[in-house]
Design a protein around this ligand. Structure first.
Ligand SMILES: Nc1ncnc2c1ncn2[C@@H]1O[C@H](COP(=O)(O)OP(=O)(O)OP(=O)(O)O)[C@@H](O)[C@H]1O
Ligand SMILES: [Mg+2]
Length: 332
């Protein structure tokens, strides 16, 4: 049951906003385009994302949150306010709303405060700040209050957050700065090294989503990427095979597997025993990569499932978060 009026997932790659009675009303990339001279915001979200790598000198296109931290606080605040303003207009209920916002795990106390204040300034009555993996667990229908421990791995754009939850809280957790963005970077690096071809970030992401794999695919699947030939300095296209990307992604994949292993090593044995029965739940866009579940299962021996709402779990969890004081830092 939703308890919040508004739930927000302030992600490194995507911002989602849930409004009680309406569902998810905003699902936009965390990208902002602004005029370098006047600082006027020109576009936010999908429209701004299309401008990445293509904007003229007077336009700066930024991702204000990067690697799970706030890279540009002023722009983050402006983006957040614009999204909340739209969400407020879509509300059914009246009065000042109760808002729960999930922030990247690497955020500092100062930035967390700033996000909270920005939400308060949009007219919120109470602001709750929730840890991302806990929200992901709630949003993917894990009973976090149960005494049986569960493990959630949220592979986002900037960070992978691993948490063991039990009795309403996080028992053990780790956040590593290795996630979807690093797979894009690994794709760029691999294609440059192997084919002497330089591709852009957006091309790399499109290729990753189309054919990226971390586990052998049974079928043959190819994708053509275009960029600049580094030897001749001219445009060129090459066709890559899905199974080649397993090798291209080996470094970020290894980091994620090691982090999961690390948590299993330090978690209390009773909870590890629970997880071996209940399995590992994957959320976040990165978990949609082909074979992520199969690979984790193979390496840990624990059944692993991708949430059927991998991209929405955090925002749904924010909307359903319990109205408990520990989550709220602010005053009314
Ligand atoms: N089908 C797919 N296959 C592989 N990767 C995908 C797929 N769909 C989305 N992604 C990747 O998922 C990432 C975005 O996931 P998500 O929206 O969960 O991140 P976020 O919540 O904004 O980031 P963070 O939690 O790190 O702040 C991007 O790197 C994107 O390329
Ligand atoms: Mg996220």
């Amino acid at each position: 049951m939703p308890t919040m009026d508004i739930g927000i997932d302030l992600g490194t790659s995507n911002v989602l906003v849930y409004v009680r009675g309406r569902g998810i009303v905003i699902n936009q990339p965390s990208v902002v385009a602004y005029d370098v001279y006047s600082k006027k915001i020109l576009a936010i979200g999908a429209k701004a994302k299309k401008m990445i790598g293509k904007a003229p000198e007077n336009i700066e296109v930024v991702r204000p949150l990067k690697k799970g931290v706030v890279f540009d606080l002023t722009i983050t605040e402006r983006m957040l306010k614009a999204f909340i303003k739209t969400a407020m207009e879509k509300r059914i209920s009246v009065g000042r709303p109760k808002v729960c916002v999930c922030v990247p795990s690497g955020i500092t106390e100062v930035e967390r405060r700033a996000v909270e204040d920005a939400v308060y300034r949009t007219g919120a009555k109470t602001v709750y700040v929730l840890e991302e993996p806990l929200a992901a667990a709630i949003g993917t229908s894990i009973d976090i209050n149960s005494a049986r421990g569960s493990m959630v791995v949220d592979i986002g754009g900037g960070t992978t957050d691993i948490a063991v939850v039990s009795l309403g809280g996080t028992v053990e957790s780790q956040s590593i700065k290795c996630a979807g963005d690093d797979y894009n970077a690994a794709m760029i690096k691999y294609i440059r090294r192997k084919y002497n071809l330089l591709i852009g970030e957006q091309t790399a992401e499109n290729a990753k989503i189309a054919i990226g794999s971390v586990y052998e695919r049974p079928e043959e699947l190819t994708y053509t990427v275009k960029g600049r030939d580094l030897i001749r300095g001219l445009p060129k296209g090459i066709t890559i095979n899905a199974n080649e990307t397993i090798e291209a992604f080996s470094e970020p994949t290894m980091q994620i597997l090691n982090a999961i292993h690390g948590i299993l090593e330090v978690a209390p044995p009773e909870l590890v025993a629970d997880i071996s029965v209940s399995g590992i739940t994957l959320t976040g866009g990165g978990s949609l990569m082909y074979g992520m579940d199969k690979l984790i299962k193979e390496k840990t021996g624990i059944d692993t499932y991708v949430s059927d709402r991998a991209l929405e779990a955090v925002v749904l969890g924010a909307g359903m978060a319990e109205d408990i004081p520990e989550y709220s830092r602010g005053t009314e």
